[in-house]
Design a protein around this ligand. Structure first.
Ligand SMILES: NC(=O)c1ccc[n+]([C@@H]2O[C@H](COP(=O)([O-])OP(=O)(O)OC[C@H]3O[C@@H](n4cnc5c(N)ncnc54)[C@H](OP(=O)(O)O)[C@@H]3O)[C@@H](O)[C@H]2O)c1
Length: 232
C-alpha cells in the first residue's frame, strides 16, 4: 500500500514547475490529485484531474474547488503553489506590477484557503501547504514586489497556524531557494541580475519531497516551516 493511498489532494499552479512535480509525486505515492492552473497547454496528463482556474478570481476558485470536491471528495492535502516572480528595482516597479505579485502570490492562497478550510475543519483533518520562498524571510535587492508578496503569504500562513490550533487541520510553509523551473527563463533573458546557474539550483522534485515529508508525519507533529536551499 502506498504512503498516500486513499488521500485526496488539490495543487494550484500544477501545469508545470514545482506544482507539477508536487502533483506527480503525490499521485505516485497513491493520492488522487486535482490540478489547478489557468491552462494545461502541453501538460495534459490523464492521470490527474485538470481544472482550469485563475487563483486570483474568487468565482474561479469557488468553482474549481467545488468541482474537485464533487469529483473526489473533501481534500486531505491542499498545496498553494501557483505564483509569479518579478525581479526589478523598486523605483522601476509599476503599481500594476506590484499589485499583480500581491494578487497572485498572497491573495490567491487566501482565496483558496478561505474556500476549502470550512470543509477541512468540519472533517477535523487536512493539511494546508503553502509554497513560499527563501524570499519570505530574507530580503533581496530587486524583490520589492515579490518579497512583499512572499512575506505577506508567510504572514497569512502564520496566522493560519494560530487559527488552526485544536482543529485537527495542520499547515506547513515550505520556503525553497532557487529551483530549476521556467520561472527563471525571463529573468535570465533580462540579464540584469546575477542569477545562480540552473545546475546549482534545487530540482522541483526536491520541493515535492519536502511536501511529502510534512504531510506524512504522525498526527502529533506539526511541521510549521521547512526551508530548503541548494547545498552548493
Ligand atoms: N523556481 C524557484 O526558484 C522558486 C523558488 C522559491 C519559491 N518558488 C515558488 O514556487 C511556486 C511555483 O513556482 P515555479 O518555479 O514552479 O514557477 P512556474 O514554473 O512559472 O510555474 C508557475 C505555476 O503557477 C501557475 N499560475 C501562475 N499564475 C496563476 C494564476 N493566476 N492562477 C492559477 N495558476 C497560476 C502557472 O500556470 P498557468 O500559467 O497556466 O496559470 C504554473 O503552473 C511559486 O509560488 C514560486 O514563487 C519558486
Amino acid at each position: 500500500m502506498s504512503a498516500l493511498s486513499g488521500r485526496i489532494a488539490v495543487v494550484t499552479g500544477a501545469s508545470r514547475g514545482i506544482g507539477r512535480a508536487v502533483a506527480d509525486r503525490l499521485q505516485q505515492d497513491g493520492a488522487r490529485v486535482a490540478c489547478l492552473a489557468r491552462s494545461f497547454e502541453g501538460a495534459h496528463d490523464a492521470s490527474h484531474l485538470e481544472i482550469p482556474c485563475d487563483v486570483t478570481v474568487p468565482d474561479d476558485v469557488r468553482r474549481a474547488l467545488a468541482r474537485a470536491i464533487e469529483e473526489f471528495g473533501v481534500p486531505d492535502i491542499v498545496v498553494n503553489n501557483a505564483g509569479a516572480f518579478l525581479l526589478k528595482p523598486l523605483v522601476e516597479t509599476s503599481a500594476e506590477e506590484f499589485l499583480q505579485q500581491l494578487t497572485v502570490n498572497t491573495c490567491g492562497p487566501f482565496l483558496v484557503v478561505r474556500e476549502v478550510l470550512p470543509h477541512l475543519v468540519r472533517a477535523r483533518r487536512g493539511h494546508l501547504i503553502t509554497i513560499g520562498s527563501v524570499g519570505d524571510h530574507q530580503p533581496y535587492a530587486g524583490n520589492a514586489a515579490y518579497g512583499a508578496s512572499k512575506y505577506g503569504v508567510r504572514g497569512l500562513h502564520e496566522v493560519l497556524v494560530e487559527e488552526l490550533r485544536k482543529t485537527g487541520v495542520r499547515a506547513t510553509l515550505i520556503s525553497p531557494g532557487p529551483t530549476d523551473t521556467r520561472l527563471w527563463d525571463p529573468i535570465e533573458a533580462q540579464g540584469s541580475y546575477d542569477t545562480p546557474a540552473r545546475s546549482d539550483m534545487l530540482a522541483p522534485s526536491d520541493v515535492a519531497a519536502a511536501v511529502v515529508y510534512a504531510i506524512t508525519q504522525p498526527e502529533r507533529v506539526a511541521v510549521e516551516w521547512i526551508r530548503i536551499m541548494p547545498a552548493s
